[in-house]
Design a protein around this ligand. Structure first.
Ligand SMILES: NC(=O)c1ccc[n+]([C@@H]2O[C@H](COP(=O)([O-])OP(=O)(O)OC[C@H]3O[C@@H](n4cnc5c(N)ncnc54)[C@H](OP(=O)(O)O)[C@@H]3O)[C@@H](O)[C@H]2O)c1
Length: 305
């Protein structure tokens, strides 16, 4: 398992992350098996949010870490705040209150990385700065980032922040390729040519921001996994063909496809199955070829100009 730097910070973590959004309803042995599978595969970064399972995901994860006796100091714990019931809230008061809740549910004194979950139209960057400075000075958060933000929104925040934003978590998978489509279809009158994110992938590369693809096995907005879905027959054929060439599963190749991109992205896998976690981690050691990368991209229904 490879480690990468988180943005330009001094934090290092595995290049595959375990997302803990779906673990709230699992019983303790199943959570232990999942977390142990990740840890034993070399995964050191765990992604949370205060809203996952209404806070339950952070609690069951922390209980599992305690039962398994995992070394907190070797672990990168990341969580997010800013989404509330029916609105977004980047106010200073809400950010500070959220982090206290996260720390107590995760049973830890500090969070390695805090992300602002989804852009708040009413954001006041100076307030965010005050909250972040307070959290950093109190030793409650080591590094900061955002999620689902475009370049302009990051610039707006960054202009008021004394610290750098190191992470941007964004949806990306072989069946959700918006971040590369527009760049491949510059100035063309087709659907893929529409720039929906302000060139966020190139922006993050330029700024040394780690992009963390969420839902790496999903298509649509939580519409389901594309692996094994007959609606994605051609994509599955391509994944299986490349998987056979490397002697691994299609799950591994779906993650290897993301890792092959030179932006050095850090996919956040949300499976609750230990074997799929192990398969995902295996992708870290596989470098598919340029031809294979494009063949999979085309098999997902994308036409190159
Ligand atoms: N920043 C954001 O706005 C945002 C949004 C969403 C998620 N996230 C983060 O990203 C993480 C991943 O998101 P996600 O869970 O939606 O992503 P995902 O890993 O793409 O999807 C996981 C889901 O797909 C299923 N799945 C995976 N591989 C499969 C296969 N081969 N066959 C059938 N089903 C398969 C899993 O079922 P099994 O459990 O049965 O394997 C699970 O239900 C979350 O845990 C969270 O940390 C962030």
């Amino acid at each position: 398992m490879k480690n990468i730097a988180i943005g330009t910070s001094d934090l290092q973590a595995s290049d595959v992350s375990l997302g803990c959004m779906r673990i709230a309803g699992m019983d303790a042995p199943a959570v232990d098996e999942l977390v142990a599978a990740a840890w034993d595969s070399g995964i050191t970064i765990f992604d949370h949010a205060d809203i996952y399972g209404g806070g339950k995901c952070e609690e069951v994860f922390a209980a599992s870490v305690r039962r398994l006796g995992l070394d907190r100091s070797r672990m990168i714990l990341q969580s997010k705040c800013g989404i509330r019931q029916g609105f977004f809230d980047f106010s200073k008061e809400h950010i500070l209150r959220s982090v206290d809740g996260i720390l107590s549910r995760l049973r830890t004194d500090y969070l390695d990385i805090l992300l602002l979950h989804r852009p708040d139209a009413l954001v006041e960057p100076e307030e965010v700065a005050e909250a972040f400075v307070q959290l950093q000075d109190a030793g409650k958060v080591r590094a900061f980032g955002v999620s689902n933000h475009n370049p302009g929104q990051i610039e707006l925040l960054q202009a008021s922040l004394p610290m750098k934003l190191h992470v941007n978590q964004l949806q990306f998978s072989v069946a959700h390729t918006g971040m590369v489509d527009a760049g491949l279809n510059v100035n063309m009158h087709n659907e893929n040519g529409i720039n929906r994110d302000g060139g966020v992938l190139d922006y993050c590369r330029l700024k040394g921001i780690t992009v963390q693809p969420w839902s790496p096995f999903q298509h649509g907005f939580f519409a389901g996994a594309f692996i094994g879905d007959p609606d994605f027959a051609e994509l599955n054929r391509a994944l299986d063909e490349v998987a056979a060439a490397y002697g691994v599963s299609a799950t591994t190749i779906a993650i290897a496809w993301i890792l092959r991109h030179p932006a050095r992205m850090q996919p956040v896998v949300g499976t609750t199955k230990p074997q799929r976690v192990r398969d995902s981690a295996r992708a870290s050691d596989i470098a598919i070829t340029r031809e294979e990368w494009y063949a999979i991209y085309r098999a997902a229904g994308n036409v190159l100009p």
